[in-house]
Design a protein around this ligand. Structure first.
Ligand code: AKB
Length: 318
């Protein structure tokens, strides 16, 4: 049977690039992009696009029927920093959208679901270095609480109703095509924009705050790889730890200075410091590497080189 995919939240940071890649793999007409508002021109022109509120189960079902969709990637979510400002809204969006899609799978309208979790499921009591797949999980943010609950909803629907739902705990994702919005790891994207535009960046985390991170190309590849894996190899039905690199604001600044020697960084930690301090510094993702052959390709310097080259061309400053 052919694969027809609906992406909910296609205009966001991950959605933009994942949708583009899915269209390359499965054909433009077989990947329906959707978001609460219109996407960028490239996305709207390349294939089908529908306006969908990801919490609106009825509209999702109408679109599933219209295009005979069999897989849903649910990427709509409120991220950590914004969720601390709007806790109820974050809980409603992050949970209602997931339960709507899981129910549609349980009712056999679709065959497979992808839903992202996050390193935010971990908390202050979690071992910080090389954080294991299974460990103490006491998240201290609303976003983390919603992701941890979501993971167990995924496992429940899988174990009880046979729903084929798959998930990854993303670290901070670095990309240049679409900026992230409202996350704690967003500094690692902002820093490249400011380095190119102004030559200087004021960082909202302290210089030695080490966090797990990943370049977008790796994140997109991992996501599609997991979704294409043989179901028998997908042994974890909460969510897989996934890792590539980890660095501090100081280290990313040093990497940028190799290409832009006059770049200058200053530090002014705000409320996001406390969130970052509650998250791991690095992640043990050996289960993903073993179960479905995950391997990252980008280290810090390779990512910096691609970010600076691509962003400079986009912003036309060099
Ligand atoms: C955030 O910072 O909230 C996200 C995440 C790590 O899930 N990027």
């Amino acid at each position: 049977m052919s694969t027809t995919i609906l992406v909910l939240g296609a205009s966001g940071q991950i959605g933009t690039e994942l949708t583009q890649k899915l269209r390359e793999v499965y054909g433009n007409a077989n990947v329906i992009a959707s978001d609460i508002r219109e996407g960028n021109e490239a996305m709207m022109n390349a294939g089908p696009f529908e306006i969908i509120d990801a919490t609106d189960k009825k509209t999702i079902l109408e679109v599933i029927k219209k295009y005979e969709v069999n897989q849903v990637y649910l990427l709509a979510a409120m991220l950590s920093a914004t969720a601390e400002k709007f806790p109820q809204k974050a809980w409603d969006l992050n949970m209602s959208s997931l339960l709507a899609v899981l129910d549609l799978a349980k009712e056999k309208h679709i065959e497979q679901v992808y839903w992202p979790s996050s390193i935010a499921v971990f908390g202050e009591t979690t071992p910080k270095n090389n954080t294991p797949q299974e460990t103490i999980m006491e998240p201290s943010t609303v976003y983390g609480i919603s992701k941890l609950s979501g993971e167990f909803w995924c496992k429940y629907y899988h174990d009880k109703f046979g729903v084929d739902v798959r998930s990854i705990r993303y670290p901070g994702i670095v990309s240049w095509k679409t900026k992230p919005g409202g996350g704690t790891t967003d500094y690692a994207v902002d820093i490249y924009f400011k380095a190119i535009e102004n030559g200087t960046y004021e960082c909202f985390l302290s210089k030695d705050t080490r966090l797990p991170m990943m370049y977008m190309a790796d994140a997109v590849e991992a996501t599609i790889k997991l979704m294409q894996a043989d179901p028998n190899n997908v042994k974890i039905r909460t969510s897989y730890n996934l890792a590539a690199i980890d660095f501090t604001p100081n280290e990313i600044a040093n990497s940028i200075q190799k290409y832009l020697p006059n770049f200058n960084i200053t530090f002014k930690p705000d409320f996001r410091q406390k969130i970052a301090d509650s998250w791991p510094s690095s992640i043990d993702d050996s289960a993903a590497r073993k179960d479905w052959d995950w391997n990252h390709k980008y280290n810090l310097d390779r990512m910096t080189k691609e970010m600076i080259t691509s962003l400079s061309a986009e912003l036309k400053v060099m």
